[in-house]
Design a protein around this ligand. Structure first.
Ligand code: URP
Ligand code: ZN
Ligand code: ZN
Ligand code: ZN
Length: 474
């Protein structure tokens, strides 16, 4: 592969901002410095641009059966859209079926991604039951398959939900294996009751999705998961945190020394519960679980990101078309498929609302959008930074350009965009995955299937003596 030099850009990592060239060879960052040269190298001028590490999105659902349908974006359309948005690594959730070998589910998920993904990817593994067969499989899934995070749903009763005993036992195993436990934290039993009550009273509109999932029960489930993490000593990651109560539970647990981390998503920072009350069933476009909250929660989430009570931003990409999918819930809000298309706009929204509006420094932005996720999920320093030896996953970002988010121009395979009409500062102009352009001057030049599966380190390997060896080898 010919060498490439990205010339005269401003490199931004989670720690530093400085002017330098980047020399890339064989997909790896080989040198960083001023005035670099290499014979035959292609020169890419980045004057006036930021050179960011590619975004790491720790939370996607591509090609996933859910709510009586399948998400509209598969591994090709979803990862292509991610690349347009500046994301070069995703970690998708592999669903599992009770009573079936975990390895069978993993094979199925690998088959969904192979030949399709245009950027690198990894998987989390859903755990919904603990029995001898599951316990026998987990060590090899962590050590051989490099799947070092498990996901437990505390909601979606009779679909994905696991009970507290299962969560507790998953944590015990995870702790032993050095894997992280992720939770969707809502009280599914209470929600089931509230949903049945609302429907029995004839309350069928999308707004009742939000009204039957109050923030108090997200806070309660978050505190419960944190208490189990405290008991077991496991590392806990709370996905899609939406509200003040859950932030408080995480902050208090961290203050007690519990190993707990939290993610929020652009939708919870930008949109609020009033969207669910839009007329003509438009509210269905804004049905996520947990739901959008009252506006006052947004500032709490921003402050949590700024001060570090929440550490990361995921997209929770889970797209369904308004026509033909969201409308499965016409006349019954509980049948609206939960989720929305966000993979493409996560990076830009955080930059525009965070950096351009003065809430975050450039370095905090890179940490939240890329570095922290790479570190937490065992991909650092290969992913999530611009450093010699790291993969050349790079975004050349024009901070002076602007664009308006719209379904007319987005690249996700879905007929609406929840951020329609929002103007963002900054545009990911060109995006590289392992030294190859996937997007160049805002045009797609990638190849389906060029994305590789990433085996991840356990958090014990990533924080122990093992990781020092890895850094020295680079
Ligand atoms: O509504 C959501 N969040 N859909 C995706 C599935 C999940 O709970 O993360
Ligand atoms: Zn070479
Ligand atoms: Zn969830
Ligand atoms: Zn999700």
């Amino acid at each position: 592969m010919a060498a490439t030099i990205i010339r005269n850009g401003t490199i931004v990592t989670a720690a530093d901002t400085y002017q330098a060239d980047v020399l890339i060879e064989d997909g790896i960052i080989k040198q960083i410095g001023l005035g670099l040269t290499a014979e035959g190298a292609e020169i890419v001028d980045a004057t006036g641009k930021y050179v960011f590490p590619g975004g790491v999105d720790p939370h996607t659902h591509l090609d996933m059966p859910f709510g009586g349908t399948v998400t509209a974006d598969n591994f090709e359309t979803g990862t292509r859209a991610a690349a347009f948005g500046g994301t070069t690594t995703i970690i998708d959730f592999c669903l599992t079926d009770k009573g079936k070998p975990l390895s069978e589910s993993l094979r199925k998920w690998h088959a969904k991604a192979e030949g399709k993904a245009v950027i690198d990817y990894s998987f989390h593994l859903m755990i919904s039951e603990i029995n001898d067969a599951v316990l026998a499989e987990l060590p090899s899934i962590v050590q051989d398959e490099g799947i070092t995070s498990f996901k437990v749903f505390m909601a979606y009763k009779n679909v994905f939900q696991a009970d507290d005993g299962t969560l507790y036992r998953t944590m015990l195993s995870a702790k032993e294996l050095g894997a992280m436990v992720m939770v969707h934290a809502e009280n599914g039993d209470v929600i089931e009751f509230l949903v049945e009550k609302a429907l029995a009273e004839g309350n069928t509109d999308p707004i009742y999705h939000a009204l039957t999932r109050p923030s108090a029960i997200e806070g309660e489930a978050t505190a419960r998961a944190a208490a189990l993490a405290e008991l077991t000593g496991a590392r806990l990651f709370v996905v899609h945190v939406t509200c003040a109560e859950a932030v408080k539970a995480i902050r208090e647990a961290r203050t007690r020394g519990v190993d707990v981390w939290g993610e929020t998503c652009p939708q919870y920072l930008m949109l609020d519960q009033s969207y669910l009350a839009l007329p003509d069933f438009e509210g269905a476009k804004y049905v996520w679980s947990p739901p959008l909250r009252e506006k006052s929660h947004q500032e709490v989430l921003w402050n949590a990101l700024i001060t570090g009570s929440l550490q990361t931003l995921g997209s929770d990409q889970c797209s369904f078309n308004f026509k033909g999918q969201k409308d499965l819930g016409l006349g019954d809000f509980s049948k609206i498929p939960n989720g929305g298309p966000v993979i493409e706009d996560r990076f830009s929204i955080l930059y525009s609302e965070g950096v351009a509006k003065g809430r975050l420094t450039l370095n905090q932005f890179v940490d939240i959008v890329a570095t922290r996720n790479a570190k937490l999920f065992g991909l650092f320093p290969r992913k999530g930074t611009i450093a010699v030896g790291s993969d050349a996953d790079i975004v050349i970002f024009d901070p002076n350009a602007e664009r308006t988010i719209s379904a007319e121009t987005h690249h996700m395979n879905v007929d609406y965009n929840p951020f329609e009409g929002i103007r963002v500062s900054g545009v990911p102009e060109s995006v590289m995955s392992r030294g190859e352009f996937v997007v160049r001057n805002q045009a797609y030049v990638g190849t389906a299937g060029s994305g590789q599966f990433l085996k991840r380190a356990t958090y014990k390997q990533a924080s122990g003596s093992d990781s020092k060896e890895k850094v020295q080898q680079l």
